[in-house]
Design a binder for this molecule. Sequence first.
Ligand code: ACK
Length: 311
Amino acid sequence: FEDRAREIIKKYAPDAKWEFPRDQLVIEQTLGEGEFGRVLRAKAFNIGGLQGYTTVAVKTLKEDARDAELNDLLSEYQLLKEISHPNVISLLGVCTSIGGPVYLIIEYAEYGSLRNYLRRSRKLLGDCMDEAEVHYDEPKQRNVTPKDLLSFGWQICNGMAYLSDIKLVHRDLAARNVLLAENKICKISDFGLTRDVYEDNAYLKRSKGRVPVKWMAPESLADHIYTSKSDVWSFGILVWELVTLGATPYPGIAVQNLFHLLKQGYRMERPNNCSPALYQIMKSCWHLDPEQRPSFHELLRQWEKLLEDRT
Ligand code: ACK
């Protein structure tokens, strides 16, 4: 694998601008693991113009990863080099030199994935009604308000509007692929071609890789067509995840039946405590005809109206 890996790495011409010295990176712990990939927390010394040690996240491969996964990691690197937006995760550096594994160094998001954040806050809010009994691991986590949820939706929409402007189709927009950084800033992450599974079973195993069926537009399911309008469909599902504090979409429905149900016009109903205006936005993302769905820029305007109406 080492020799082949070198060949693959060479293809992605080393880019001195992004190369970071391995000896200035101190790995601290594993944040998450998939079948072939691993996300680590580390401290990087003098990275990206920042003085001293900065906490960063490092994406790398596990020992038994194959060429395909290395290709994916390096394609993600190529994509991230071109991207710069406050609501999209940013690349800080890369280690591709001989003498160690390939490391993709990205911004660290202190609250982790939005899905896990939402689910943690649900426990704090609902399951235990007696405040005194709640043990807060993370005091800053405490107050997730309806205003936060609206802010998350707006930020994600903002990041997606940028990605659609630069003609980048995400293909896997979901709360598990949005990270929450300091000051509750949403960062869209994990775009690329195929991706690894981390801890949840949202992906249906298929010969061509794994498919996040419940987030996918009908045209993606049927014909593998991916556009910014199929990302809009997934955004609608993500809004549903926000409102339900990280529930799994289409509860009780088997993924095998979903396509037919959608074709027949079935859509998820309005969740409890979701305003009719917000439900309207979600539903508009779930038009069978991609052309009829709003663009991310249109969604952004609608979202801003929603925010204005609240104040
Ligand atoms: O919810 P989590 O703790 O946040 O679990 C997942 C896990 O790694 C696998 O994806 C976490 N993770 C991924 N990227 C980052 C990052 N840039 N900063 C902090 N945590 C991250 C994610």
